[in-house]
Design a protein around this ligand. Sequence first.
Ligand SMILES: C[S@@+](CC[C@H](N)C(=O)[O-])C[C@H]1O[C@@H](n2cnc3c(N)ncnc32)[C@H](O)[C@@H]1O
Ligand SMILES: Nc1nc2[nH]cc(C(=O)O)c2c(=O)[nH]1
Ligand code: SF4
Ligand SMILES: [Mg+2]
Length: 225
Amino acid sequence: MIYYPINEIFQSIQGEGVFTGTPAIFIRMQGCDVGCSWCDTKNTWCLDYEKKLPDSSYLHQKSDNSDSWTMMSSMEIFKYFSEKNYSPQHVIITGGEPCLYSLLELTDILIGKGYYVQLETSGTREIKVHENVWVTVSPKIGMRGGLVVLPESINRANEIKYPIGKEKHIEDLDCMLKKSNIGNDVQICLQPINQNKNSTKLAIKTCIDRGWRLSVQLHKYIGLK
Ligand SMILES: C[S@@+](CC[C@H](N)C(=O)[O-])C[C@H]1O[C@@H](n2cnc3c(N)ncnc32)[C@H](O)[C@@H]1O
Ligand SMILES: Nc1nc2[nH]cc(C(=O)O)c2c(=O)[nH]1
Ligand code: SF4
Ligand SMILES: [Mg+2]
């Protein structure tokens, strides 16, 4: 049985990408070494053992955006869903960077229990998931950690969700897309970095020009987690 470092588990509405609006259970894993300067979950970066909670019962009292975490097995994660009476049938595994860990066991179990499973990843690590998992790759280009998106991650993606703030980010994406052979069925979503007016305008214009999708992080507009 594999244990995963978990920052939080909660139910909400998927606020990003092609499943925007779908009720979902979020599993947020701890740990990320990619170093995006604009990352909205910096509290998940560090696997500081001083911040390790003794067990999952502490997750119930945890405050938002805290950097504490606990180890949970796949079955404990599933049991947590029942303890909390969560209703969504869509599970989103995010982080931090969940692909720091092999997600085969967790995704096998969740799919076996009847959940539709989605992964949110930067694509900088090998993606180890059940073949039916919907994989959202959010490519990182030129980040501080020096890691790059792997071509095999782009090939596995069902959806590319790209955060943009300026023209240069579109040029970087174009350059990356040229080098990869992504299928026509793969949706490309542009996600403005924060709710900045200029990034949103640029994303809207580019989506209209290119026939891509806009992803505005709906949860941030309606006060949801
Ligand atoms: C917090 S990350 C966690 C999963 C994984 N590490 C990744 O980057 O895909 C989840 C999503 O939020 C996006 N994101 C993070 N900070 C953001 C911000 N300030 N504005 C817009 N999108 C952001 C990421 O690009 C990614 O698509
Ligand atoms: N509502 C909501 N939707 C999300 N979609 C992706 C998220 C993430 O942090 O990965 C996220 C999140 O944190 N909240
Ligand atoms: S890869 Fe994801 S979690 Fe890591 S720093 Fe970038 S946005 Fe944040
Ligand atoms: Mg988020």
